[in-house]
Ligand binder design. Structure first.
Ligand code: ATP
Ligand code: MN
Length: 237
């Protein structure tokens, strides 16, 4: 059984080698045995890779929102950036989306996107989503409403200033940059924006405001990677 699986893996790699040599690209291949995500992360370290590129198969219905366990473990466990490419995605880099919650992780992803935009002469879109709580109990507790409104306003200000930092850097680098702030559920707005604005690549942090101590992979990133029809570059820092 193990022999058969190894033969199959070697067959796949032979095809990859043929494609690479046709394109004149350098390639080295390895077959390993074990848990896929663990082996991929380990291989990236021993080979000194600075990016892991992984595919995502198109699932249907509800399962689409959920990442496969290998993808999840890969994104959580990798110490280098991970590019997840959906099955049907074409690879064009003209119009990039950077969703930022103002966290260090998101801002670092923003700077990386600016580097990419420079190389590919791409345009940058900054999107921040203000998480507005459901206002069902509006009339009942007016003081609570006031506190919530103040909180939402301070969120909006912090997001605008995080965007401004990135927009200034774009201006310095001569990159065209479009900023927007929307109210709603972050992953929904990010996916909507990506479709509406014909985005080619989403560049985002692996975690955000809740921070790395709490989660190794943030829930917004997990959902965006699961739902996106365009490639997502998850920046690890
Ligand atoms: P969680 O929110 O699951 O408690 P977290 O805050 O650490 O954990 P995420 O919210 O998933 O992690 O953040 C990961 C990335 O998602 C951020 O680096 C940023 O790129 C993007 N993101 C998160 N929240 C927003 C938001 N409100 N608006 C725009 N982008 C966001
Ligand atoms: Mn968050």
């Amino acid at each position: 059984m193990e022999d058969l699986l190894r033969k199959e893996a070697e067959g796949i790699l032979k095809k990859a080698e043929a494609i690479a040599s046709e394109l004149g690209a350098d390639i080295s291949t390895t077959v390993r045995k074990g848990d896929p995500a663990t082996e991929i992360v380990d291989c990236s370290l021993t080979e000194g890779c600075n990016l892991i590129v992984a595919g995502k198969t198109g699932k249907t219905g509800l399962a689409k929102a959920l990442l496969g366990s290998t993808s999840y473990k890969l994104l959580a466990g990798s110490s280098v950036d991970v590019l997840i490419v959906p099955k049907a995605a074409s690879f064009k880099l003209e119009n990039l989306l950077v969703p930022t919650d103002g966290s260090g992780s998101a801002q670092r992803a923003g700077y990386k996107a600016i580097d990419l935009a420079k190389v590919f002469s791409a345009k940058l879109n900054l999107l921040s989503v203000v998480e507005v709580e459901p206002i069902a109990f509006e009339s009942e507790v007016p003081q609570l409403m006031e506190t919530l409104e103040k909180f939402v306003e301070s969120q909006r200000k912090a997001l605008a200033s995080a965007q401004e930092t990135l927009a200034k850097k774009c201006e310095l680098e001569g990159i065209s940059c479009f900023s927007s702030i929307e109210d709603g559920v972050p992953h929904e707005k990010i996916i909507e924006f990506s479709a509406k604005k014909d985005i080619d690549l989403i560049v985002m942090g692996s975690y955000g405001k809740s921070g790395i101590k709490k989660f190794i992979l943030g829930s917004v990133t997990e959902k965006v990677v699961g739902l996106s029809e365009v490639p997502v570059l998850v920046v690890k820092s």
